[in-house]
Design a protein around this ligand. Structure first.
Ligand code: SF4
Ligand code: SF4
Length: 387
């Protein structure tokens, strides 16, 4: 007998049996034991209360902590997150060669209403994007997604491109996407400010964490004031392991820092394991305290000279046109996330014109990083480890 059947059976019995005390007690016990199973799976003593925020003008009531599925391979972790009430799941057409969308589809089969699902299409020709969306919906086993992004927008030209805008509007009209947006981890402040003026896109997925510049926080405010829903990614500033900090994990503090900004409506930390799920889940409804600030101070010091914030201060400075922030993002996947395969897959996507192979021409990098990254050494490492 399934849990639900068992519950209904006992509930009915309690209605029939005079003074159904025993049945009610049993029912309470089963509900308590089911609760305990959830609790022990996530190794938590008490279940934190879910925190909801409204995703801008979409009106969607989303949990403050969502689920970044990008590198998740264990479907049980995602299923557990949805069981716990996390209702915002992020994937993309390109993640894991399509297997990531397939996993999300399997987990949400028969329970589509339990979570808002977002996916992203690589920016390419209109025909390719149409066909990619059809493929994504098939993999997800869904008729529609809740948010459909253009993946990794980098310039105003892209977010104002009339062909893309028409295409995404058409997706909406056809009921294949309830809301539309773009993701960005380059030139973000400029794109957010522009989107706030244009008022076309419903949702923006933006790289945002405690290392980011004030201008980005301001641009996020402009976007939310214009009714745009804001989803934060890369909330952990690279997820580096820091021996200097002993056993303290900076990740809860980093997530709290992002969520202390009321203009961030939800977050999609990458969650691969039950422990990570537990760690991120606990952050809902908690405040950034003095200890968190201390932890972030130490974490910030530990990753200084390692983590590229993507501030773009070095953009266009390389005489050979190398895309330093984009290459650094790939390197972060290698060094911070410790995911060589993912780092190499992202590296392989960078166009030849912007590629690090050109760095072989330089004995020393002539570009200076405002955050203290030694770019000569970094570019050599990128070529050695990712090429
Ligand atoms: S090493 Fe040379 S080619 Fe590479 S980023 Fe620096 S200046 Fe550009
Ligand atoms: S390499 Fe340095 S200057 Fe360039 S984007 Fe990254 S943090 Fe900014």
């Amino acid at each position: 007998m399934s849990k639900i059947d068992r519950r209904n059976f006992i509930r009915k019995s309690s209605e029939i049996v005079a003074g159904g005390f025993v049945a009610n007690t049993l029912l309470q016990h089963i509900e308590r034991s089911e609760q305990q199973q959830v609790t022990s799976k996530t190794k938590e003593e008490s279940k934190p209360v879910l925190e909801y925020r409204t995703l801008g003008k979409t009106g969607m009531k989303v949990t403050a902590v969502g689920f970044g599925a990008m590198r998740t391979t264990d479907a049980a972790v995602l299923a557990q997150a949805v069981d716990l009430g996390i209702n915002f799941v992020d994937t993309a057409h390109g993640y894991q060669g399509g297997n990531n969308e397939r996993m999300v589809g399997e987990v949400l089969k028969g329970r589509r209403k339990d979570a808002f699902v977002c996916t992203k299409l690589k920016i390419s020709s209109i025909e390719n994007m149409k066909s990619d969306l059809e493929t994504s919906l098939k993999r997800l086993q869904m008729d529609y997604v809740d948010v459909l992004y253009m993946h990794a927008a980098r310039s105003i030209d892209v977010i104002q491109n009339e062909d893309y805008m028409k295409l995404y509007e058409q997706f909406k009209k056809e009921g294949k996407a309830r809301f539309i947006g773009f993701s960005t981890h380059s030139n973000e402040a400029t794109l957010l400010s522009q989107a706030a003026k244009d008022k076309f896109w419903d949702v923006i997925l933006v790289a945002y964490n405690f290392q980011r510049e004030e201008a980005l926080t301001k641009a996020i405010k402009e976007a939310t004031d214009a009714g745009i829903g804001i989803v934060a990614m890369k909330t952990q500033a690279g997820g580096y392991e820091t021996k200097e900090m002993g056993n303290i994990s900076p990740h809860q503090a980093a997530l709290k820092w992002v969520l202390q900004n009321p203009n961030v409506h939800t977050t999609i930390p990458g969650i691969l394991t039950f422990d990570e799920l537990n760690e991120d889940f606990q952050v809902m409804n908690s405040k950034l305290g003095w200890n968190d600030r201390k932890t972030l101070y130490h974490y910030g010091k530990a990753i200084k000279g390692k983590y590229c914030t993507g501030c773009n201060a070095c953009k266009d400075q390389c005489p050979y046109g190398v895309d330093i922030p984009e290459l650094n993002r790939c390197y972060m996947y290698y060094e911070g996330y410790r995911d060589q395969e993912f780092a190499r897959a992202n590296f392989a996507e960078i166009k030849a014109d912007f590629h690090a192979s050109k760095c072989m021409l330089c004995d020393e990098c002539s570009v200076t990083c405002v955050n203290g990254i030694n770019l000569t050494e970094r570019m050599r490492n990128i070529n050695k480890l990712l090429a």
